[in-house]
Design a protein around this ligand. Structure first.
Ligand SMILES: O=C(O)CCC(=O)C(=O)O
Length: 339
C-alpha cells in the first residue's frame, strides 16, 4: 500500500488538515513477526518508522523534555537524571498528529486482531548520560485502569540504544505466566502497589533461570510488546549520549475501563464508565475511523485537572506511609540491577 505523504510540519493537521485518517505503514507486519509477538511477548521491527514520523516524534519529545508538565515533574522528582511524563499528546500538537495520522494504529490493529483501535496514552522516558537509575522489572497492565486481551505497547527510541545505555530488556514468554505482579515504578509509587498481587522475582539475581531478550536499536526501529511481558532497563552508562524514548499504548475491541484506587488515575476528560468500553477525548478512536467529536476535542489542548492531581498526590503519600509500615513488603520490591 502506498504511504500517505505527511508534510512534516508539526501542527499542520490541527490547523488545516490535509489528512483525516491514519497513514498506512511502510510495510505491514509479517505472520512471523506476529507469531513472535504472541509467543515471546515482544518483537523488534528494524527500520519500520519512516524519517518524517521520526522527526515528529523527536520534535514532540524535545518539546516535552524542555517544557515539562506538572505531572511530569511529579513523576520525575525522585530519580535524578530520569525524566518521565505521560499524556504528552494532550499538550503537544506534533504528538497529536502522530497518534491520529501516523502508521502506528494500523500495526496495533494487526497485532491485536481488533477492528477498533483506541489510543490509550503516550509516555516519555529519558535517561541523561551517566544516570544510574534502572527501570525496575514490571508488567504494564498492573499499573493500568483497564482490563482485556487486546492491548499493546510500542517503544520507540530517538537515540541509538544498547543494554549499556538503557535499551529495554524483556523476559521471553513472561506474558503467558499466570502471575500478576505488583506495579513497581522507577520511583516506587506506593499508591499503585496492590499488595494482593505477586512479588516480582529478582530476575537479575538469577540470570540462568530466565531467557532475556534485548536488541541494539537505532532511531527508526520499534519494539512492540504485550502489556504482561516483564520488562525493564539498566541505567544509562553512556557518558555522552542521552537516551530518549516514546511509548505509545493501544487498546482494541475487548478492553474495558476498570478504575481502582490502586491503578494509574486518569486526569483527563473521558466518557468511559467502570466495566464499559473506553471512550471519549482521553482515549480517542483511531480505527476503523476517527470519531468526529473526539477529534474536535483534540484541537483543544487540555490540562490535567489540578484538583484531581492534588488528590492523587495526597493519596500517594498516605499509601507510601502505609507501605512503609510493612517492611517485608518493601524489601520484596527491591531488585538487583548491577551491569
Ligand atoms: O524506557 C524505559 O526504561 C521503560 C519503558 C517502559 O517500561 C514502557 O514503555 O512500558
Amino acid at each position: 500500500m502506498t504511504p500517505i505523504p505527511y508534510n512534516n510540519n508539526p501542527g499542520a493537521c490541527a490547523q488545516g488538515a490535509e489528512m483525516t485518517f491514519a497513514a498506512y505503514p511502510r510495510r505491514t507486519l509479517t505472520d512471523d513477526e506476529i507469531r513472535r509477538y504472541r509467543e515471546d511477548g515482544v518483537v523488534m521491527i528494524r527500520g519500520a518508522i519512516e524519517p518524517n514520523w521520526m522527526a515528529l516524534i523527536e520534535s514532540g519529545i524535545e518539546q516535552a523534555r524542555t517544557n515539562t508538565s506538572l505531572v511530569g515533574r511529579f513523576m520525575s522528582r525522585k530519580v535524578e537524571g530520569y525524566q518521565m511524563d505521560i499524556f504528552l499528546w494532550k499538550r503537544i500538537d506534533a504528538l497529536r498528529d502522530l497518534i491520529y495520522y501516523g502508521p502506528f494504529a494500523r500495526w496495533a490493529q494487526q497485532l491485536m486482531r481488533s477492528s477498533e483501535v483506541r489510543f490509550f496514552y503516550d509516555q516519555m522516558f529519558i535517561k541523561e548520560p551517566g544516570t544510574d537509575a534502572p527501570t525496575p522489572w514490571h508488567q504494564d497492565l498492573s499499573f493500568w485502569p483497564i482490563r482485556g486481551e487486546q492491548i499493546c505497547s510500542f517503544w520507540i527510541p530517538c537515540d541509538p540504544v544498547t543494554r549499556a545505555n538503557s535499551g529495554l530488556l524483556y523476559v521471553k514468554g513472561s506474558h503467558l505466566w499466570p502471575q500478576r505482579f505488583k506495579a513497581i515504578s522507577p520511583d516506587y509509587v506506593a499508591a499503585i502497589i496492590d499488595e494482593a498481587m505477586d512479588d516480582i522475582p529478582d530476575i537479575n539475581a538469577d540470570p540462568g533461570r530466565y531467557e532475556l531478550l534485548d536488541w541494539e536499536m537505532e532511531p527508526g526501529d520499534i519494539l512492540m510488546f504485550h502489556p504482561l511481558t516483564l520488562h525493564g532497563s539498566y541505567g544509562n552508562a553512556s557518558r555522552t549520549q542521552r537516551r530518549r524514548a516514546l511509548a505509545l499504548r493501544w487498546t482494541g475491541d475487548d478492553v474495558v475501563y476498570a478504575p481502582s484506587a490502586k491503578r494509574m488515575p486518569i486526569h483527563f476528560e473521558h466518557d468511559s464508565t467502570a466495566g464499559g468500553p473506553l471512550r471519549g477525548a482521553a482515549f480517542p478512536r483511531i480505527l476503523p475511523t476517527i470519531e468526529p467529536a473526539e477529534r474536535a476535542a483534540r484541537l483543544r489542548p487540555e490540562r490535567q485537572a489540578l484538583l484531581r492531581l492534588l488528590g492523587s498526590s495526597a493519596y500517594n503519600a498516605w499509601a507510601a506511609a502505609r507501605l512503609g509500615l510493612k517492611r517485608d513488603a518493601t524489601r520484596a520490591l527491591r531488585q538487583t540491577w548491577k551491569p
